[in-house]
Design a protein around this ligand. Structure first.
Ligand SMILES: NC(=O)c1ccc[n+]([C@@H]2O[C@H](COP(=O)([O-])OP(=O)(O)OC[C@H]3O[C@@H](n4cnc5c(N)ncnc54)[C@H](O)[C@@H]3O)[C@@H](O)[C@H]2O)c1
Length: 276
């Protein structure tokens, strides 16, 4: 092994990386970091406006970026986004499936009994997280199959390992994402090329749009649920979005060339702790 190569593993200057949900909290952090590593990043989101706090660091390069509007649940829109990305950057090497989230009506609560959970809310959460991971993987995975190489990184969750109370729909959907990650890793390696790898991250608790109201009160203090989570996180705090980046870079790069079909917790020890 040539040590010179090791130092170049995180140089993404010859890579095009598509990030669904790329204007969100975690996807945005990844987009900035990857532009910083020289990549050509396609931010694919149903929100066509790149927030100012992302625009500034991404404009600074050294990589490039474009914003492609698409809903991850609309195959036709994904195909047009893929065409735009191909015509601009020539190929798609890496897909990060970051679009996802929960819906308050898909959680049980004193006012929302499990027995009365509205099917539409459950359907929304299953579709956004699971179908919204599968459809982009079909569109961009096909390109990877044609190229004979590629990397897909999905976003699972702690609740996929052991379901958290209340979030019934989200837990089932993310368990589906972990299962699909393993399935697609095997399918791509056996039927197309072992150089197409598929893995997932399982973030612990990072404050995002979807969970802010569950974890923090309006004055920034912890809700009872936020406190329970901190009490079960040996490192005693929520994660910062940038703390996902080391694992993201590892899973996207040749540093993980023999790693496929895994779900990596980045959780301050939450999944290791029995609570006792
Ligand atoms: N924040 C956390 O603590 C945490 C923990 C575990 C897993 N996750 C997962 O990580 C991913 C990113 O989370 P986040 O906190 O950055 O969420 P976020 O809400 O900040 O970002 C989600 C992004 O997805 C986009 N999006 C939503 N629906 C879409 C659709 N149909 N088509 C295209 N884009 C769509 C939104 O516009 C938004 O930009 C999600 O899959 C989430 O479930 C987050």
């Amino acid at each position: 092994m040539n040590l010179q190569e090791v130092t170049q593993w995180y140089d993404f200057s010859d890579k095009t990386i598509v990030i669904t949900g790329g204007t969100g909290v975690l996807g945005g952090e990844m987009a900035c970091a990857l532009v910083g590593c020289g990549a050509k990043v396609a931010v694919l989101d149903r929100n066509p406006n790149l927030p100012e706090e992302l625009k500034k660091p991404m404009d600074a390069g050294p990589g490039k970026y474009l914003v492609a509007y698409a809903d991850v649940l609309e195959r036709a829109l994904l195909e047009s986004a893929a065409e735009k990305i191909l015509s601009e950057y020539g190929r798609a090497d890496i897909l990060i499936n970051c679009a996802g989230g929960n819906h308050p009506d898909a959680n049980t609560s004193p006012d929302n009994s499990f027995f009365d959970l509205p099917p539409d809310a459950l359907k929304f959460v299953f579709e956004l997280n699971l179908l919204g991971t599968i459809l982009p993987s079909q569109v961009f995975g096909k390109q990877m199959a044609d190229q004979g190489e590629g990397v897909i990184l999905n976003m699972s969750s702690m609740t996929a390992f052991k379901p958290l109370t209340r979030v019934v729909g989200y837990a089932a959907a993310k368990a589906g994402v972990s299962n699909f990650t393993q399935w697609l890793a095997v399918h791509m390696a056996q039927n197309f090329d072992p150089q197409i790898r598929v893995n997932a991250l399982a973030p612990g608790f990072f404050i995002g749009k979807q969970n802010r109201g569950l974890l923090l009160n309006e004055d920034g203090s912890l809700t009872p649920r936020g406190q329970t989570i901190i009490d079960h996180t040996p490192m005693g705090r929520f994660g910062k979005p940038e703390e996902l980046l080391g694992t993201v870079l590892w899973l996207l790069s040749p540093a993980s060339s023999f790693v496929t079909g895994i779900v990596v917790p980045v959780d301050g020890g939450f999944s290791a702790f029995s609570g006792v």
